[in-house]
Every structure is written in structure tokens, then in C-alpha cells.
Design a protein around this ligand. Sequence first.
Ligand code: URA
Ligand code: SF4
Length: 211
Amino acid sequence: MKDVDTAAPLIPSRPTLKKLQVVAAGCQACHLWKIGTQTVFGEGKPSSTVMFVGEQPGDKEDLSGHPFVGPAGALLDKALAEAGIDRKSVYVTNVVKHFKWEARGKRRIHKKPNAAEITACRPWLEAEVAVVKPRAIICLGSTAAQAVIGPKFRVSIQRAQFVESSLAPFVTATVHPSSILRAPTDDARHEEMQRFTDDLKKIWRALSLSS
Ligand code: URA
Ligand code: SF4
């Protein structure tokens, strides 16, 4: 069955980000290539110190081919700017590289990737980590945290705390910016945004990337 496959055989033996991006564009290791418009690969400098890992591209990302360019991306940009971090200095990617969605009227509603899809796509993320060798990986939301850190990680309790990982010297998670968009009131949204920004500041201080 196609769903038990992974992207592993596609990874070039001497990968660069450019090579990975080109090959990933033709990935059919799980069925999501048929659902999404295109592969949305990670973006950023190969020398980036910090890698952000989201869940999967959303509607805008699927159409544009770039990660975190929709509403969640705008909040990420805002929080980064408030924390004094230049988005161009970080690498931004997702656990799953195709948009999974279902139709609701004319809208395409995000659907969480399942374990088989995450497993299929994981070699791309591992290859990105191997090339970029980030000092820190920051997972955004529980899907990324569970996939990268492990099933026991609880974002609500452990946000911005570092965990041992073979992937990078510093690995942590915070909320997904789209959870801020879902906050029920303006006040709650404001508060969640402040907490998210504070998490980024705390992580940057721990990495001694800012004073
Ligand atoms: N949400 C994600 O997890 N990733 C994106 O790229 C956009 C929205
Ligand atoms: Fe390949 Fe990942 Fe897309 Fe599945 S989601 S087809 S594994 S790039």
C-alpha cells in the first residue's frame, strides 16, 4: 500500500537545500501529493541557527508554494518582529510538506496529518536538519512537537522548555500561531500573542542570541 512508504529513497546522498527542494517537488511518497497543489518545502538560509517547524502548509502556502505566508505566517512574523528577530535569519519548515484539506462549501479546511503521512514525510525534515544543522529547533504546535520531540510532550505545560534530542543541541516547542487566531476574544488573542512573543524572547535569551 502506498501509504506505508516514506520519502527516504528520494533523499539525495549529498543533499543541499536546493537539491532537496527540487526532488521534494516530485515526491509522491504518500497520497497527499494528489490533494495539495504543490510541495511546500522549507525556506531559509542553509546557515540558519534556528529552525521553526510547523505542521503542514495551509491554503495560502499551498497556492504560493512558500511556508508560513498566510494568516498564521503573519502572526509568526509579527511575534518575531516584536521579539526583535529577523525572519530572514531563521529557517522555516513543516513536518508535512503538502496541504491536507477537505472541502467545506467553497473553502478548503485544514485537516490534521495522520501518523502515516507524518512518517512518510519525515525524511525531508531530517534531511533539512542534516543540511542546516540548526543550533535550535522550535516546534510550533502539538503536531510538530509530537512528531519531532515525542508523544509525551505537552505544549500547554512545557512550552519554551528545552528537551534532550538527537536533532539539535536545543529543542523546544511553543503554540502554533493559528491557535492564537482561534482565541475566542480580542483580549484572549492579545494575551496569547504576548505569551507566544515571550516564549520566543525566552528561547532567544537561552540561546544567547539576544540580550
Ligand atoms: N501552518 C503551518 O503549520 N505551516 C504553514 O506553513 C502554514 C500554516
Ligand atoms: Fe511526499 Fe510529504 Fe508530500 Fe507526502 S506530504 S507526498 S511524503 S512531500
